[in-house]
Design a protein around this ligand. Structure first.
Ligand code: FES
Length: 107
């Protein structure tokens, strides 16, 4: 259950600022916002869970998966779960809300 007392809702960008298939880094490098090829937004931890590598600036989206190009680990965009080695730890995921064509991440 989410602790709404300590949750923070932050404006990430406008919907059109991120084209499908792109990612960006937010919150001083802690969170990565991704837009899947079907236009859906997802937010995960920015750092790959294998080694430190920015998924917001270097990650690649393939369908519903996020690929870390450093050692080719793959993660499910929605759940953050690793889909192959070398990653074995899930990425934290965050709720994304769209209001008035603005994208917010709740963390
Ligand atoms: S740092 Fe991402 S797969 Fe190794």
């Amino acid at each position: 259950m989410e602790d709404t007392q300590t949750m923070k809702r932050q404006l990430a960008c406008a919907v059109d600022d991120l084209t499908p298939g792109e990612s960006m880094t937010l919150d001083g490098g802690q969170i990565a916002l991704h837009r899947a090829e079907d236009g859906t937004f997802f937010a995960t931890a920015d750092s790959c869970s294998h080694e430190k590598w920015s998924l917001g600036s270097e990650g690649e989206i393939e369908g519903s998966e996020l690929v870390c190009p450093l050692h080719m680990a793959r993660f499910d965009l929605a759940s953050g779960k690793p889909l192959c080695l070398p990653a074995t730890i899930a990425l934290a995921t965050y709720r994304v809300e769209i209001d008035d064509d603005q994208v917010y991440v709740v963390s």
